[in-house]
Every structure is written in C-alpha cells, then in structure tokens.
Design a protein around this ligand. Sequence first.
Ligand SMILES: C[S@@+](CC[C@H](N)C(=O)[O-])C[C@H]1O[C@@H](n2cnc3c(N)ncnc32)[C@H](O)[C@@H]1O
Ligand code: SF4
Length: 431
Amino acid sequence: MIGGFARRRLSRLLTGEAEIALVNRVPSVAELGEKLREVDELGIYLHIPFCDQMCSYCPYNRELYRAEVALEYATAVRREIDFYADAVGKRPITSLYIGGGTPTTMLHSGIENILDHLFATFDVQCDIHMESHPNDLCLANLRKIGSLGVRHLSIGVEALQDRHLEALGRPYTASEVRAAVDRAVSWGFECVNVDVMFALPHQTCQEIEETGHALMEMGVDQVAAYPLFSFPYTRMGGRQGGNGSRIPRVFRRRKMLRVLESIFYGAGFERTSVWAFTRKGNPKYCSVTVPLYLGLGASGGTYLKDIFYLNTFNVAEYIDALRKSEMAIALSLDLSERMQMAGWLYWRVYETRFSKADFEERFGTDFDSVYGRYMKPLASVGFLEDDGGEIVLSDNGTYWLHALEDLFSIEYVSRLWGTSRQTPWPEAVVL
Ligand SMILES: C[S@@+](CC[C@H](N)C(=O)[O-])C[C@H]1O[C@@H](n2cnc3c(N)ncnc32)[C@H](O)[C@@H]1O
Ligand code: SF4
C-alpha cells in the first residue's frame, strides 16, 4: 500500500498543491451567477438521502426514511431550486440524475413535487436517470417511475446468491430480486442498469461466473460491477479496520473482474467505464454526463469550472437552512487550472477513453504538452493506446490505473464524507 508521504508527493505532482483543503467559505448567489455566465450547458444531480434500511458497508449519505421528513425535504429542495433560478436562467439542462440513498423511497412523498418545480424552473432538455431499490419495483411503482419521465433506471441488485444477500443484510432473496429485475426489463426503459458487488467475503469465482451469465440471460442493458470497498467510517469498515484479510485484495479483484469482462464481451457488451459494461449501441446509464453540474439536496456537490462545493450532509440542518432562506453549502474548494486538469484526467481515465481535442477545447492547451510524458511509458507497458488524437485504455490499464486512483479517492472520500457525516458544518477538511 502506498504511504501517506508517497500519496502527498504524487498529489502535489499532479495538482501543484501542497495540500487540498475544503473550507467553510460559502460563495454568494451573485458569485455563482458570474460563474454560471461562462457555462453553456449544465447537469443536475439530486440527492435523496432516505433508505428503508441502513446497509453496514454503505458510504453514502443517508438516513432512515420517514414520510414526514421526506415531505419537508421536498419543500427544502424546491427552495434550493429557487435560489438557482435566475443564475441558471434558460441555460439548457442536458443531464438529470437522481441518486441516493434510495430515490424510490420518495415516490409517494414528494419526488413528483420536486420534479414538477424543477421542470417549471429550468429548461430541462434530457431524460431522467434514477437509482432504485429492488423492493420498490412493484408494477404500480414502475408505472409511477415511468410517469415521472425516468427513462434510465438503475437497480441495486448486489448479488444473486442468498448467502451473500444475507451476509450483506439485503432484505430480499435471489429469486425475489430476479423477479424485480424481470419486471423492470419488461417495462421498456431505454436502459436498465443493475449494480452488483464482487470480491465479497468468501465469494468464489464460480459464483461470479454464475452471476455474470444470469445477468446476461435476464436481458439487462448495463451492469455496474463494483468490488466491495471498505470505508473506515462505515459500520463494516470500522469492524474490519480497512480492507482486511477477509476481503480478497487487489489481485483477486482483478481475477474476478476478468471473469466478468469475458462474459460481458462475449454477450456483445462493451466497457463504458472502469466498472460498467453496456450493450453495444444502447445509451449508457451513468450519473451526470456533462462536465459541469449543480448538486441539489443534502450532500449534493456542485462543480462549476473553478469551484467545487458541497451542501451539508445533515438532513435536518439542510431543511432548516432553506427554511431560513439560506443556502445549505457547507464546504467549498477553489480550483486552480492544474487541479481542474487533474480532475478532468481522473474522470477520463474512469471512462477509459478520451480525445485530446476535448482537453484542448476545455483548457486551450495541447494535451501532450501537459501529460504526454506520462502517456508514453503507459503505452509501452500496454496500459493504453495512443493514436495521436484519442487515448484508449486497455482492460489491464483500466484496472491498474484506477486502482492507483483509488489510493487517493478512497482516502479523500473517507475524509470528506466521513467528516461531513459527523459534523454538519465543518470548519475545513484537508484531503
Ligand atoms: C445508492 S446505492 C443503490 C440504490 C439503493 N440504495 C440500493 O441499495 O438498492 C448505489 C450502489 O453503490 C454500490 N455500493 C454501495 N456501497 C458500496 C461499497 N462499500 N463498495 C462497493 N460498492 C458499493 C452498490 O452496488 C449500490 O447498489
Ligand atoms: S446501499 Fe442503498 S439501501 Fe443500503 S444504505 Fe446504501 S443507499 Fe441505502
């Protein structure tokens, strides 16, 4: 494992910063208006922080669902939309993602209200992508989901063996979750994605193989297969003290992912990100698809070129701030050009391919003059192909470069989300 010292050196090399600190400076609405003036199109991320259960491994911001809190939350999000109304104006919204938590908990307690207000306020020119829980996918709920304008649905399946579902504490059996996926697939969404986790404790390669084949037979359009990550601030992470010996480590993950890659490629799927495989020709399911976005709701994060900021994670504080007509922003980070470039590269590696012209258009600088010296050695060990205009990562390059990125992202997420979950309004978080 890379030590803190090496991590800091590498981070400094890529971002030019000795340390990255988010601070409790709240940008004014006028300042955000100025920044938005330079933006042609925007994505929106809406966070629904409620679940019917608290999974022990889950790093996301969530709390137990209560209908009366959900209704107050919907009112607060509508107020937050109002804050942005003038600054965003008629700029097209070209990506809309509802994540959580579990968005389907609010199907009958306010999500429609939020979306009606969002559509009435902004010029939304896109379909909706939304996450769902398998237990929420009865036919009546699927009808409701379709009527909201959701065309891309993701389902948190996690595993297809009862022993793993039980160990994870998921409240359904393998046959129940298969039936839920079948209903969603038959419903006629443009894209049905299922999330599964691999490298679970005591999981075998044969189980992974069975899962991969079963998913293909079920007719889903996309699979996002994540290795089980251990975040120290979660209940499971706290018990294990990090990625402990019970969880197969990085080489075992590679072996299991290779099993899935071969099944998915054989079934006519292609890789569309480090962990996602999509049927060729199908639009991919993903979170915000444009580089700049507004984050609504508790823990919603916003990125506008040279600033990133994060709302408070605490649902009661979020509701209270908006009731007092205040923004709910807790932490912000001003980004130098080098940090923006490093962030751009991080997400392009995640997507496994990118064009150098996009970098030049975004930053007005030639990609090779900034990163060319890193690409050549990576090409020579077979991690990527560089045809001069486009860079495409190989399967091995995708896995190992992302494993390197994870040394930063797991640590950064743990500090930022871990602190934000404990403290509603932190003074600062140093990554
Ligand atoms: C917001 S949840 C999905 C929707 C819904 N809340 C559910 O659980 O069915 C997002 C996904 O993140 C993945 N996930 C959560 N915790 C994880 C962890 N510790 N390691 C890897 N993936 C994880 C799971 O695949 C999960 O389905
Ligand atoms: S995995 Fe899904 S249901 Fe479980 S706590 Fe996380 S967001 Fe909620």
